[in-house]
Structures are given as C-alpha cells and as structure tokens.
Ligand binder design. Structure first.
Ligand code: AHG
Ligand code: MN
Ligand code: MN
Length: 336
C-alpha cells in the first residue's frame, strides 16, 4: 500500500521544494479554506434534514436570488478565513463590498464563490466552492478597491472544492494541479491525484445550448461543426454534458478532458458575460493552464484580463487546447 499524503503534509512539503509561493501563512490560509470546505460539505450532506435547502427573499450583488446555503457557506468562509489571521481582506461573489480582516491582518487577499452551482442544491446535484488567492497590497492601499484588482496571472494559489459523491479539493500553487479526497472518517483531505492533466484533444463539449439563438457567429459555427459529427469538418462524433455547476463541468474536464464554454452572447452582452472573473474565471483558468489546457475569453487569455471591477464578468472558453484554439481562430477570422 502506498503512503497516505494528507493535504497538510503536502502543503508542508511545498515549503521545501522551492515552491516560490509557499510560505507558512499561505499554508495556514489553505488549511482554513479546507476547514471551511469540510464544514460546507457537512452542511450539504445533511441537506433537507438541517432545514437549509431552498431560497431566501434576498438577492446578492449580482441580482440573483440567494439560496440559504449561499449565505451559510459565505459566512463559514468569512469566519474561518478571518480567524486564520492570514488574510488582509476577503471578497465574495455574495457580498457587494470586500471585507477587511477584523483581527490580525495577513499578507493575502482571497476571492471566493462560496457555493457555485447553487441552482443545483435543491435537486441534489454537485455544487462547489471556488477560491483565488493573491498577495495583498500595502495596508494603506487596501481601502481602495482598485488595489484589489490584480490579473489572474498574479494568483499564488487557486482551487475549488467539489461536493459530489465524494468531496474533493483541487488545488494549484503553480506546480501542476493536485486533487485531494475528503476522508469522512478522519475529516482530512488525502492526496488522490498528484498531477491532473487535460488531454489536448477531446470529443466532449459543455455549453448551455438553450442560449443558441443569442450566440455570435463564431460560437454558432463552432458548435455546428461539432454537431455534424463524423460526417462534418471535425470528422468525429462529439458528446455533450452540461451540469450547470461550473465546478462540476471543469472537474470533468480536469479529469478526462473536454471543452467548456460560457461565451458572451446578445442576451448578456452589456454585462460582459455570465461568469465572474475574480471568483470563477481566474481560479478555474489557472487550474486549466496548470493542467496543460487553455483558457480564453476568445480575444485574450483570461489570466491576462486586467480587472476593472470586483464583480466583473467575462466570456469563458476553457479546456482541451485543440478545441479552445479552434474557437479562438474563428474569433480572429470573424474580426474580433
Ligand atoms: P453560481 O451558482 O455561483 O451563481 O454560478 C452558476 C454559474 C456556473 O456555475 C454555471 O456554469 C452557470 O452559472 C450555469 O448557468 P446557466 O444556468 O445559464 O446554464
Ligand atoms: Mn458560481
Ligand atoms: Mn455562487
């Protein structure tokens, strides 16, 4: 039997293998993220028994109806992260304004989507928690939201927890992507996949086809080619999956390849896309690049987008290189 490597042991090893981003505060911060995810996972498992399913009367800053669990998960994250003393501030998809550390201020900022895919909670389908960590600016600059707006390339750690048949934590510190599985008997995350890799080719795609009538010409022609299967220009049959939890769709791609698209379309043009740059697109894009895949808005790498606002939305095309490049080519030829 091989040795069990817990998340804590793995993170401690990073200190010794010249991981430029790993320091003791980052490790403590990631342990706090992991504790939050264990607590959120436990709440989700109780589901209806704990009376935590269903919606609230409130809307979040994005104008979306909040689920009870969105608010509970957000509070769990805030409490654990603040108590860790490793962050100067925290920003969440569920809060209009970022929050500064109430006690000891640490050297990091964290951005998170406490519960991704929350429309799936009440139907008992996988949901997740996504996070992105960057170095904090000087204390004097923290009051200015502008100082929080760093491009995705500045991330020092990013990842997500997926609450599926098992709970997994998938992480990058800039040295590949590792997956840990929660051992429910010990409450510890154990390393179960030391290096996730996205194959460059695939025959599986993920897009919400109900938006087809709003798509631009590039997305339209790309999906048309896939749908023509072996008799079309791509010469093979493509399968389609859409969970409507980005975490679950990206997890599938990190596990067996595929391409995920939430492009900007006529319906959401003014807001710039559906998915949020700081809480969803940046962390997922870094994971995908670290696993050998590609992540683009169609015009540029998502990680190079200079954020203009905390709650900014962007088009997202990510996954197996061959597919992402095929769609980027169409955007280039269509003159975007
Ligand atoms: P959230 O639950 O955090 O608001 O995110 C939902 C996102 C993402 O997880 C998913 O890929 C997408 O919204 C689904 O959108 P549609 O319902 O438009 O398919
Ligand atoms: Mn989300
Ligand atoms: Mn969410």
């Amino acid at each position: 039997m091989t040795d069990t490597v817990t998340l804590s042991a793995f993170l401690t090893q990073q200190l010794f293998i010249s991981s430029p981003s790993a320091d003791i505060e980052l490790i403590r911060l990631l342990e706090a993220v992991a504790r939050s995810c264990v607590r959120i996972s436990a709440g989700l498992r109780q589901g209806a028994l704990a009376g935590i399913l269903g919606s609230l009367e409130t809307e979040n800053v994005q104008g979306e109806t909040q689920k009870k669990l969105d608010v509970i998960a957000n509070q769990i994250m805030l409490d654990e992260l603040d108590q860790s003393g490793t962050v100067a501030g925290m920003a969440s998809e569920e809060m209009e304004d970022p929050v500064l550390a109430s006690g000891r201020s640490g050297p990091y900022l964290i951005f998170f989507d406490p519960l991704d895919g929350s429309s799936n909670i009440d139907v008992n389908v996988s949901v997740g928690t996504i996070f992105s960590i960057v170095r904090a600016p000087q204390a004097a600059e923290l009051a200015e939201t502008r100082s929080w707006l760093q491009p995705g390339r500045m991330q020092v750690a990013a990842g997500y927890a997926i609450y599926g048949p098992s709970t997994q934590l998938v992480l990058t510190l800039g040295h590949g992507v590792q997956a840990f599985t929660l051992d429910v008997l010990t409450g510890c995350f154990v390393l179960t996949a030391p290096r996730l890799q996205i194959p460059p080719t695939t025959s599986e795609f993920a897009i919400n086809v109900s938006n087809q009538r709003f798509w631009d010409e590039s997305v339209h022609s790309y999906i048309q080619d896939l749908l023509q299967g072996s008799s079309g220009p791509r010469g093979k049959h493509y399968n389609m999956r859409w969970v409507a939890s980005m975490v679950a769709d990206v997890h599938r791609i990190l596990t067996r390849g595929g391409v995920f698209l939430y492009p900007v379309d006529a319906r959401i043009k003014e807001q710039g896309g559906k998915l949020r740059l700081m809480y969803e697109a940046n962390p997922m894009s870094w994971l995908v690049e670290q696993a050998g895949g590609r992540a683009s808005t169609g015009q540029s790498a998502i990680l190079d987008v200079v954020p203009q606002g905390l709650h900014q939305r962007v088009p997202v095309i990510l996954g197996s290189c061959e597919e992402v490049e095929n769609l980027i080519q169409r955007y280039c030829s269509d003159g975007f």
